[in-house]
Design a protein around this ligand. Structure first.
Ligand code: CDT
Length: 304
């Protein structure tokens, strides 16, 4: 019998700044219910799924900034999502802004947590590729993630989810080949990704028509070249005046898109991922043990 994991991508529509956390978490619970009803065993939500994508604004007031962050997971507003997971017996990966104090020093991370079907914490990933700038620049779409977040310090960990090796990545990470390669080398069979991608890029209007192509291209290539299933959830639609792309999808290790969202709103897509396909793809082209020779690369590059 084939080894399978039924995966749900829970795309959300916009989450406006004025939306109370409780209302937003209520939407996520509803999506999780839909995912479970469709037979999914694991769901992925977008990057920053509890708030608006606030790095589109320059803020100085620390209390105003901190209001977008979580200091505990689950916290009072998110506990109901964890309770729903345990009741429905479906795990999830959730993107959010994480605030931690270490030795009295404040650290902000763009984070995704993996939670089990019993509602218990499994593991954490902190976004490595933090894009944008730390202050407003003329002629450039304001994207100030580097003002609010530092790069992740947990590497690309892979966790056991009901016997399946699962890793995570967040938004801009998906554009970089090393994300998938690190996950693959760490044994991942499934990569869960959340994203918030503005439709408009003021600095490169000539590339405007390629926004969706450049969303799917690296994820399909990453899945194919690293023999992974990729499940990617967008926050989509017109959020606080800024249009975000959708295109949430589930991609097979063949590089094919197995399922894709059709709206810019709250939507669930589900696919039963055949994990044996990974072995088939490895046999055809990507037998890493046989063909991949980092020692030779190092020698050729004059590094060894
Ligand atoms: N959230 C995020 O990482 N978004 C980026 C846009 C960067 S525009 C400077 C992305 O790669 O989609």
């Amino acid at each position: 019998m084939a080894r399978c994991l039924s995966i749900a991508v829970c795309q959300t529509g916009p989450i406006q700044r004025a939306a109370p956390r409780a209302e937003t978490v209520g939407r996520l619970v509803h999506l999780l219910e839909r995912a479970a009803a469709a037979g999914a065993e694991l769901a992925v939500f977008p990057e920053m799924a509890l708030t608006t994508f606030f790095p589109r604004w320059r803020m100085d007031d620390q209390a105003e900034i901190d209001a977008f962050f979580e200091t505990a997971m689950p916290g009072p507003h998110t506990q109901s999502l964890y309770d729903a997971a345990a009741k429905l017996k479906i795990g999830f990966a959730l993107g959010y802004s994480e605030l931690v104090y270490e030795d009295g020093v404040r650290h902000g991370f763009n984070t995704m947590d993996l939670v089990g079907p019993d509602g218990a914490f499994i593991g954490r990933y902190r976004k490595m590729h933090v894009p944008g700038a730390s202050d407003v620049q003329e002629g450039v779409t304001t994207h100030l993630e580097r003002r609010y977040f530092e790069p992740g310090n947990l590497g690309f960990p892979v966790f056991d989810y009901r016997g399946v090796k699962v890793g995570m990545a967040i938004c801009n990470d998906r554009r970089w080949p090393e994300t998938y390669r690190m996950l693959c080398l760490n044994g991942a069979e499934v990569a869960l990704i959340g994203y918030n991608t503005p439709l408009r890029l003021d600095e490169a209007p000539a590339l405007a028509h390629l926004r969706m192509f450049h969303n799917h291209l690296p994820m399909q290539a990453g899945a194919y070249q690293n023999t992974l299933w990729v499940a990617a959830a967008a926050k989509a639609g017109l959020e606080d005046g800024q249009a975000l792309i959708g295109g949430s999808c589930i991609i097979a290790p063949t590089g094919e898109i197995a399922a894709q969202a059709m709206s810019l709103d709250d939507e669930v897509i589900v696919h039963r991922a055949d994990l044996d396909l990974i072995g088939v793809c490895r046999k055809v082209n990507f037998d890493f043990d046989l063909y991949r020779r980092p020692d030779q690369y190092r020698r050729i590059a004059g590094m060894a």
